[in-house]
Design a protein around this ligand. Structure first.
Ligand SMILES: [Zn+2]
Length: 202
């Protein structure tokens, strides 16, 4: 699967970074790397409202955080995106993977972007969305139906451009909102009519 391929590539990058003398002082003392699943914060944790700061995509800490985000997303049922803000790290990085999702049209596979920006948007569509940080609710949220997002790949600092529509466009806007300190509930225009109780994914 694309997802696991990219995960192992990320781990290789971490290992390579730890081996490089120039950056050795950034590495943990043992020089070993452990894949970690992070706890996802839920509302009303105040850290979810803190805007994240721009980061160096090649910093070993950022590469390790990228891997932790992907791992946490992949082990979480029904999770298609996760932002660093949600694991208590105020850093502008998120991951997303709509592979196999029934509401997806465009699908870029596993995407991990640092310092993402929406460079183009079009349309306006209201659809139901949910979030691991808001486990008890779903909501109808208006978002652009198509977006182009640019960001930088962790570990390489390569510019990545994603043209997305439908569910993938929604997911990108949702994750970038997290980095700005917003959850979807903040985007619901009429909380009485547009918020709904949901079942909790275990
Ligand atoms: Zn979310």
């Amino acid at each position: 699967m694309t997802a696991s391929m990219l995960t192992s590539r990320t781990i290789d990058q971490v290992d390579a970074t730890h081996a490089a003398p120039a950056t050795r002082h950034h590495a943990h003392a043992s020089g070993t790397y452990r894949v970690s699943v992070r706890r996802v914060l839920t509302r009303p944790d105040a850290r979810l409202a803190v805007p994240a700061v721009e980061i160096d995509p090649c910093h070993p800490y950022v590469v390790a955080l990228a891997d932790a985000l992907v791992t946490t997303m992949q082990v979480s049922p029904a999770c298609v995106g996760l932002a660093a803000t949600q694991v208590g790290e105020p850093a502008r990085i998120f991951c997303m993977d709509l592979t196999g999702h029934k509401r997806a049209r465009s699908c870029a596979g596993l995407v991990v972007l640092c310092n993402p920006t929406i460079v183009w948007r079009s349309g306006d569509v209201i659809q139901r969305e949910g979030c691991m940080s808001v486990p008890n609710l779903t909501g109808d949220v208006a978002r652009a139906s198509e977006v182009t997002v640019e960001g930088y790949e962790p570990g390489t600092n390569q510019l990545v451009r994603v043209n997305a529509d439908a569910m993938e466009a929604r997911c990108l806007q949702h994750e970038i909102d997290h980095l700005d300190g917003f959850v979807f509930v903040d985007r619901v225009r009429d909380p009485v009519k547009q918020l709904f109780a949901r079942k909790i994914y275990k």
